[in-house]
Every structure is written in structure tokens, then in C-alpha cells.
Design a protein around this ligand. Structure first.
Ligand code: ACO
Length: 324
């Protein structure tokens, strides 16, 4: 059977760190409130010259170096973002130009915070149906540029960054959860929940970029239910038990959502990768950023069984089980 292997990871962060204390000097909030409600201690904010494309390119270069591959080998670039450099063309094509691999397939997917899960599922399917051998899948965001910095209920929660993975098709893999690669993925969306989390602008409505709007308490409630449900689906599809999972790499929205979801699945907190304290919520970048962080610090190793999961605006949500 065919299976898509994860060959390398990389990430990139802007040069500027903003602590909760620094934010509290500008916004009516406090370090205590932010840490207690979210677990966030700091976030990285893009400065002049730093864009979604520049962060994505740096993350992609780091992932290629980790995989020991040259950009010229890549057949497909799928970039997940809700904060593209321009309305069009796709930010993936800017990354392609910067990497010097013009000619390969390159496009963006928009599924907000679960964008990386949608992107990895898209690349996995395209490789398996003969569209190429090697893919770069990137999650990159500059959410600082769509935040209403007057709205303390949202602006304290987000940060900027990028993460990337290199995938390669193995056309002759053994079946089952012990074989390396992407084992099972499930995606969902529910457009009825639009008003709980959205951006109040866009080219076809207001002709402006708009600002992020969120009913945090309702989002929280849906997130725990939807994530627990999709995790059960993937566990069932893969024919494993939750105890077999070595690491969960969740979307880093809020430490309390991570804890509540892990509790529902009876997965111990030590198996959950947490970077929300350092990066805040970087939307589509958060899962690959956390994955790369945990691989580089030696926690996630070759052979480990890793569950990725995310939920975001739309709503959209999904999970993917990977043997490293
Ligand atoms: N600083 C200080 N006080 C604040 C702040 C702030 N930054 N923000 C809100 N408050 C106040 C409110 O005004 C309110 O005050 P009041 O009681 O006097 O009216 C009080 O704090 C409580 O506000 P709530 O919104 O009820 O606080 P809650 O405990 O629900 O926490 C939070 C808010 C952190 C947003 C939480 O609901 C949450 O994390 N929700 C999920 C959001 C999320 O994860 N979104 C992302 C998922 S999808 C994606 O990533 C795009």
C-alpha cells in the first residue's frame, strides 16, 4: 500500500517577543488574567519586513534542511493561512519563488486554525493519487495584523509564526499502525457557527481586511466537544487505543482547552505538547510549530505515535495520526 512519510520539520518566529507585562502597558489587561485564563505568557509579533511569506519560507527552509532535501525536489507546496500576504496570488507561490522551485504545484488552503490539518490531508491525498512524490506543507500566520488592538478579549490571545513539514510518498509500505507515516485523518466543518469566530472584513464584502471577532466562551465549549469527537474517530479508524498514543500535538489556543480535551480522552498531561505559553495562538502555524519544537528538544522521536489535532473558525476541525 502507499503511505505518506513525514521526513522533516521546521519552524520560524518573528524577531520581537511581547510579554504579557508589556501588553498590559498598552491594553487594559494583566499578566495574572492572561496566564490564569489561557496559559499564555508571551507571543511573537511580526515587525517591518516580516510577513506570512517570509516566516513560511524560513520554516520551509528549516524543514528541508531537517529532511536533507533540496527545494528542487519538491513537487507540491500547500500553505495553510488565514493571513495571506495578498488577497491573491496564493502566499504559497511567494514561498515557491523564494525557495527557487518554480514550476511545482503551489496553493493556499483556508481553514483558519485547523488549516494545517486540512493542508496535510490535501497533500497526503494528492501524493497518494500520483500528483507528486514530495510535498512541503506549511502553516504560517501574522494574526497580529488582523487583531483589534483595542479589544482586550481577543488581542491578548494570538501571536505570529510559521511551521512546516516535508512529506514523501512511500509507494510500498506495509499496512497498519506500526508502519511509519500518516495513518488516519478526519476533517469536519460546520458553517452554522460562523458568527462565533470570524473576521469582519474581506474583499467581497467590505473591501477591507477586517478584524478578528470571537465569542470566546462559546468557542471554548464547542472546541472541547468537537476535538474529543474527532480524536475518537481517528483512534477508531486507526484501530488503536488512546493509551498507544505517545504524544498529542494540539492546536495551541488555550491551555484549558488542551487540558479539558486530554482529560476527556484520558490522555495524561505529560503526553500533551504545550507551547501556547511561549507562542500564544498562532492559528494554522501552531500545530507544526509545536511539532517542530518537540522534535528539536528530543521529546518526539522516530517511531513515536503522534496525534495532531486542531479546531478553528468556520468552524473547522480535524485530527491526524502519524507514526514518526
Ligand atoms: N484582561 C482582563 N480581563 C478580561 C480580558 C483581558 N484580556 N478579556 C476579558 N476580560 C474580562 C471580561 O470583560 C469579563 O469581565 P466581566 O466579568 O466583568 O464582564 C471577564 O474577564 C470574563 O470574561 P470571559 O470572556 O467570560 O472569560 P473566559 O473565562 O471565558 O475566558 C477566553 C475568555 C480566554 C477567551 C476563553 O473563553 C477562551 O479561551 N475561549 C476559547 C477561545 C479560543 O481558544 N479561541 C481559539 C480557538 S479557534 C482559533 O484558534 C481561531
Amino acid at each position: 500500500m502507499t503511505r505518506t512519510l513525514l521526513r522533516g520539520t521546521g519552524s520560524a518566529l518573528p524577531g520581537t517577543v511581547v510579554s504579557n507585562h508589556e501588553l498590559a502597558a498598552r491594553v487594559d489587561t494583566s499578566d495574572e488574567w492572561i496566564v490564569e485564563r489561557t496559559g499564555i505568557r508571551q507571543r511573537y509579533i511580526a515587525g517591518e519586513g516580516e510577513t506570512t511569506a517570509t516566516l513560511a519560507t524560513e520554516a520551509a527552509r528549516n524543514a528541508l534542511a531537517d529532511a536533507g532535501m533540496d527545494a528542487s525536489e519538491i513537487d507540491l507546496i500547500v500553505l495553510a493561512t488565514a493571513t495571506p500576504d495578498n488577497t491573491f496570488p496564493a502566499t504559497a507561490t511567494k514561498v515557491q519563488q523564494a525557495l527557487g522551485c518554480n514550476g511545482c504545484i503551489a496553493f493556499d488552503v483556508a481553514a483558519v486554525c485547523s488549516g494545517f490539518l486540512y493542508a496535510i490531508a490535501t497533500a497526503d491525498s494528492m501524493l497518494k493519487t500520483g500528483m507528486g512524490q514530495k510535498a512541503l506543507v506549511i502553516g504560517a500566520e501574522t494574526f497580529s495584523r488582523i487583531l483589534d488592538w483595542e479589544d482586550r478579549t481577543t488581542c491578548v490571545l494570538f501571536g505570529d509564526g510559521a511551521g512546516a513539514v516535508v512529506l514523501e510518498l512511500d509507494a510500498d509500505a506495509a499496512a497498519g499502525p506500526d508502519t511509519p507515516g500518516i495513518i488516519a485523518t478526519r476533517l469536519h466543518a460546520d458553517g452554522a457557527q460562523h458568527d462565533l469566530l470570524y473576521v469582519d472584513g474581506g474583499p467581497s464584502t467590505t473591501q477591507t481586511v477586517g478584524h478578528l471577532r470571537m465569542k470566546g466562551r462559546e468557542v471554548f465549549r464547542h472546541a472541547v466537544v468537537n476535538l474529543a469527537s474527532v480524536l475518537h474517530e481517528v483512534i477508531d479508524d486507526a484501530g488503536i487505543s488512546a493509551e498507544q498514543i505517545d504524544w498529542v500535538v494540539p492546536h495551541q489556543a488555550n491551555k484549558r482547552i488542551l487540558d479539558a480535551t486530554a482529560r476527556k480522552l484520558r490522555i495524561p498531561a505529560e503526553k500533551v505538547i504545550v507551547t501556547v505559553d511561549q507562542h500564544a495562538n498562532t492559528s494554522a502555524a501552531s500545530v507544526p510549530l509545536a511539532l517542530d519544537t518537540a522534535r528539536r528538544d528530543g521529546r518526539i522521536k522516530a517511531g513515536d505515535l503522534v496525534m495532531l489535532e486542531a479546531m478553528g473558525g468556520g468552524f473547522t476541525w480535524g485530527a491526524s495520526l502519524i507514526r514518526m
